[in-house]
Design a protein around this ligand. Structure first.
Ligand code: BV8
Ligand code: ZN
Length: 256
C-alpha cells in the first residue's frame, strides 16, 4: 500500500471542513478515458482539446455531437468504482464539498448528493442559438460509424442543440466557480484526485486552499504541478488509494 496513507489519514481524521476536487483520473478505473489517453477507442485521430471547442461545433456539429453521444453511451455503460464510494463515505463523515471537473455522473451514481460540476455535464444540453435547455436524447443510436451524428434541433427555434459542457475558450458557470472558490477558501483540507492540474481556472482551486493555510493531499499515480503544494502525495490509483485512505482514517466500517 502507498506508504504515506497514514499521514493522510491523520489529516483527514482531524479535518473539520473538507473539499474533494476530482479530475478525469477519478473516472479512469471505471473505463472512462482521460483527456491524456482519450486517444483510445474511436477517437485516436482527434485531439479532445480541439474537439471540445465552440469552433469545432460550429465547423462540424455532427462530428462533435457524435463524440459526446459516444462518450455519453460509454459513461452509461460504466460503473462507479470503490474510489467514488469512498468519496461518498467521506461526505457522510465530515462536512464536505465535492468539486469535479468531470462531466460524467459517476459521483452521483456512487451516492454523492450535489457535486459542483465546474465544466458542466454530458447529461445536460441546450440550444446553441437561443440557449433554451434541451433534453439529452435517451437511447440515441450509437453514432453510426462511431463518429458523426447530427445534433437534435431546438423545439423553440430549430437551432442545433449543443452539449451542456464548458468548452475551451468558454467561461465556467459563474455560480459554480464562485461556490468552488468559496469552499476551497473555507476548508482545512482539500483532497485532489486524478487531475493533471493543467486546465485553468479549475487548476487554481487547490492553490486557493494552500495559499490560505489549508492542507492539500494529492492522489495521482503520476507527478503533477501540484506535487510541491501537497502536504502528502499518495502515488497510486484512485480506486485503490481512496478506500485505503478512508479505512486508515475511520476503519473499514466507514465505507459500508
Ligand atoms: C476559459 C468539459 C476564458 C468538456 C473541459 C491558451 C489558449 C487558449 C486557452 C487557454 C490557453 N491557456 C490557458 C487557456 C485557458 C484554457 C486552458 O486552461 N487550457 C489548457 C489546455 C492550457 N481554459 C479554458 O479555456 C477554460 N475557459 O479560460 O475561459 C473566458 C473567461 C471569461 C469569458 C470567456 C472566456 C475552460 C476550460 C474547460 C474546458 N472543458 N471539460 C469536455 O469534457 O468535453 S476541460 C477537461 O480537460 C476536463 O474537464 C478537465 O478539466 C481537463 C482534463 O484535465 P484532467 O481532469 O486533469 O484530466 P487529464 O486527462 O488532463 O489528466 C488525468 C490525470 O489523472 C493525470 O494526472 C493522470 O496521471 C491521472 N490519472 C490517471 N489514471 C488515474 C489517475 N489519477 C488517479 N487514479 C487513476 N486511476
Ligand atoms: Zn433554440
Amino acid at each position: 500500500m502507498v506508504p504515506a496513507v497514514g499521514d493522510a489519514a491523520d489529516l483527514l481524521r482531524r479535518a473539520r471542513r473538507v473539499v474533494v476536487f476530482t479530475g478525469a483520473g477519478m473516472s479512469a478505473e471505471s473505463g472512462v478515458p482521460t483527456f491524456r489517453d482519450a486517444r483510445t477507442g474511436l477517437w485516436r485521430r482527434f485531439d479532445p482539446h480541439a474537439l471540445a471547442t465552440p469552433e469545432a461545433f460550429d465547423a462540424d456539429p455532427a462530428l462533435v455531437w457524435g463524440w459526446y453521444e459516444w462518450r455519453r453511451q460509454l459513461v452509461r455503460r460504466a460503473e462507479p468504482h470503490p474510489g467514488h464510494r469512498a468519496v461518498a463515505a467521506i461526505e457522510a463523515r465530515v462536512p464536505t464539498v465535492l468539486i469535479t471537473q468531470n462531466v460524467d455522473d459517476l459521483h452521483e451514481r456512487a451516492g454523492s448528493r450535489a457535486p459542483l460540476h465546474l465544466h458542466g455535464s454530458l447529461f445536460a444540453a441546450r440550444c446553441s442559438a437561443c440557449d433554451d435547455p434541451a433534453p439529452v436524447p435517451d437511447g440515441a443510436p450509437e453514432p453510426a460509424d462511431g463518429r458523426r451524428l447530427p445534433p437534435p434541433r431546438c423545439a423553440r427555434c430549430a437551432g442545433p442543440v449543443r452539449p451542456g459542457v464548458v468548452w475551451f475558450g468558454e467561461a465556467l458557470p459563474p455560480d459554480a466557480l464562485a461556490a468552488a472558490v468559496d469552499a476551497a477558501s473555507g476548508c482545512d483540507l482539500l483532497l485532489t484526485v486524478g487531475t493533471s492540474g493543467l486546465v485553468h481556472p479549475a487548476a487554481e482551486i487547490p492553490l486557493v486552499t494552500a495559499r490560505l493555510g489549508g492542507s492539500v493531499i494529492q492522489v495521482n499515480p503520476e507527478r503533477t504541478p501540484l506535487d510541491p503544494v501537497a502536504a502528502v502525495n499518495l502515488r497510486g490509483p484512485a480506486a485503490e488509494v481512496l478506500p485505503a485512505l478512508v479505512d486508515a482514517a475511520w476503519g473499514a466500517t466507514a465505507r459500508r
